[in-house]
Write a protein that binds this ligand. Sequence first.
Ligand code: DSN
Length: 423
Amino acid sequence: MAALDELREIVQLCRRADAWRSDTINLIASENVLSPVARRLLDSDFHHRYAEGHPGKRYYEGTRFIDEIEEKTRVLVGSVFKADRVDVRLPSGTLANEAAFSALVPQGATAIAHGLDGGGHISHARFGALGKRAARILELPRLPDGYRIDAPKAKDMIRAERPQIVVLGRSLFLFPEPVREIKEACIDVKATLLYDASHVLGLVAGGLFQDPLGEGADLFTASTHKTYFGPQRGMIAARGKDEEFWKPIDRAVFPGVTSNHHLFSLPSLHAASLEMREFGASYAEAIVRNARALGAALHKRGLHVDAADLGYTASHQIAVDVSAQGGGREVARRLAAGGIICNMNVLPGREGQTPLRPAGIRIGVQEMTRFGMGESEMGRIADLVHASAVDHKNVEEECRRLRSEFREIRYGYRLDQVELVPA
Ligand code: DSN
């Protein structure tokens, strides 16, 4: 194929992806959409540039404008999380973990974290970033509901095993972690308490779910694009820590895991953080209300939603056991064919499931909430999920119709507010 024809094909694929996504109901719990302003800001000369180190102390010349933006973003993010130590140079959440673990976890250490069965992220696992440093990774004990940490047992475990680090926060993340209680045991054995806030960062920014730094976590790591409004980046933050604690983290970010840090998306992160400051509280409340409403609506239609007796969730996610409908893999594919996008997921404590043949699906409502959907739309989504997952109906047309009513972002800035034109 001639180069230009191939290029036209790629352009078409991008257009089709844009059009298709604007017709679908996206329920992937780790994704979100940018506001028009945050999206437009991704396109600038910063795409072409380098800036290593810190503003004002760069190796390269030509960085004065990004220096100003980076410093303002660091300060803004600090104010959103009441954090006085902030690094916004991470290109992703996994790299934030990579940097934090390399600074805080000695080679051969013992770590305690959530296993994959408990909803832990792969970067907290033996074969991920944590496993590169820790020789032993023990799993946090959970209550019979499978989701909440058994805090007394976890404290006993920490005191007995004397880990160098305890990692809280997860990818299947329904309820707050008992940070205060875990911290007591961490103090006794001088373990660092790290909280991976990736999934719930926007809820924390909006003053909901929990305040990991206020409750005692030594630091949090996060990606910036799940419940937070940002482009795909990462961050690390701490409160009240001295230079001795922070310096190794700073060195681990640069030159440890980054050289240049993808400058082009930093202005977008700044816009997203302003949006969080302005809309975060009402957005977070709407998310949790919607997630609970969707849990209840699916439960009412006969689907097995986990944690029903706990109100289904306190976050943006719900977990649905679809073993009776053919398992997570089959159901996620069936839903996607009808325009409802979510992912298959291992659920706690299910016998016989494997990561590739899991019992459940994980659903997140943060993106549809950002488009302004509310509790009544959660009922309509539950009808579509039921029709597709249980009755094997093709729901593509109804899905498109519902989505067409919610195309504008409700929580975020418009281009005309800052006199920007589309790229
Ligand atoms: N794997 C992502 C998630 O979906 O939770 C996080 O990196």
